[in-house]
Ligand binder design. Structure first.
Ligand code: PEP
Ligand code: MN
Length: 350
């Protein structure tokens, strides 16, 4: 249930409603917009039926949220969630580019990549240290050593960093080094992990499970939000279909659909969605055209020697080309980016 109050309501009047809800045994989630203040009450609200909330100053409307997810829904918040990570703003006007290797391999690889993607306009450096590999016999990541390298490279290049956390017992360690936690597709329904991430104070990039519906994705986000962490970035990274030319099928309709259903920002990962580097730029352009707030792109100094996902990874020159190609799309839809000018890109390429 949500109680909608006028945005200009006195704080003491808002407090009176909150106090009443507490007295009745409910936790309250607050969303403050300019026009409206929304108090969200999750769970069984039967005992509130007899409370005359309309008699409280400032209360305009009482609405039952019919969707199974509540805090993630548009009903709960009719303005977009904006997430600030250092000086990066995700979910605002700018289309934020997150780029880097699938996995952190060594100092040279991650530092070189950090400086290149930064020069080309990326704002966030990605890189796995704990990797959810399909086979137990392939490279599993450098662990803490990888986290240290990623954090140092991010700092040196002035980029925020994002890296995957695979289990609850890695949270404290990963928190020491990362700005944004990534929950991988395979862990989207690891509810124990999601609940614990709901208790920390860093943004979570939540990837859609490879066979998850949008409702399941939003319910997973709800696990994090309901614990008090409101900074969730959704990520569409392709779903399993019968098509096997591509690694997954990028569900482009998910982006406008999620924008209608939820206020959370959404980024698109065309690398894992396609599994083929030649398809990354075309799908990146499409993703931006349908409203993605950012992109997550795999970039490596030498994809052919990459220890993971080389076939879908861009080189610096192909990444630069992608940045050049997405820029007019970003401008055409009235959004912003930090991609250097064409002549500057030319200079960097040389
Ligand atoms: C990744 O981003 O490195 C990754 C493993 O992605 P996904 O969880 O989407 O497969
Ligand atoms: Mn990868």
């Amino acid at each position: 249930m949500i109680i909608v109050m006028n945005g200009k309501t006195d704080n003491t009047d808002v407090e009176k409603v909150i106090q009443k809800l507490h007295e009745m045994g409910h936790e309250v989630h607050i969303s403050r917009g300019e026009r409206r203040i929304i108090l969200g009450v999750i769970g069984d609200v039967e005992n509130l039926a007899s409370v005359p909330f309309y008699a409280f100053n400032g209360v305009e409307e009482i609405i039952r949220i019919l969707k199974p997810y509540k805090l993630a829904s548009r009903e709960f918040k009719d303005f977009d969630t904006i997430i600030k990570v250092n000086d990066v703003i995700i979910g605002g006007k700018e289309v934020v580019i997150m780029a880097g290797p699938c996995v952190v391999e060594n100092e040279k690889q991650i530092f070189e990549t950090a400086h290149q993607v930064k020069a080309l306009g990326a704002k966030v450096l990605r890189g796995g240290a704990f990797k959810p590999r399909t086979s137990p016999y392939t490279f599993q990541g450098l662990g803490e050593e990888g986290l240290k390298l990623l954090a140092r490279a991010g700092k040196e290049a002035n980029l925020a960093v994002v890296t995957e956390v695979m289990s609850v017992n890695q949270i404290d360690l990963v928190a020491e080094y990362t700005d944004i936690f990534q929950v991988g597709a395979r862990n989207m329904q690891n509810f124990v992990l999601l609940k614990e991430l709901g208790k920390i104070k860093k943004p979570i990039l939540l990837k859609r499970g490879m066979s998850a519906t949008l409702e399941e994705l939003l319910l997973s986000a709800e696990y994090i939000l309901s614990q008090g962490n409101y900074e969730v970035i959704l990520c569409e990274r392709g779903i399993r279909t019968f098509e096997n030319y591509t690694r997954n099928t990028l569900d482009l309709s998910a982006i406008p659909a999620l924008k209608r259903l939820s206020h959370l920002p959404i980024v698109v990962d065309p690398s894992h969605a396609t599994g083929r580097w030649r398809l990354v730029s075309p799908m990146a352009k499409a993703a931006i055209a349908v409203g993605a707030d950012g992109l997550l792109i795999e970039v490596h100094p030498e994809p052919k020697s990459s220890l993971s996902d080389g076939a879908q990874t861009l080189r610096f020159d192909t990444f630069s080309q992608l940045m050049e190609e997405i820029k007019p799309i970003i401008q055409a839809i009235g959004r912003e980016c930090s991609i250097p000018s064409e002549s500057e890109l030319e200079r960097i390429k040389k």
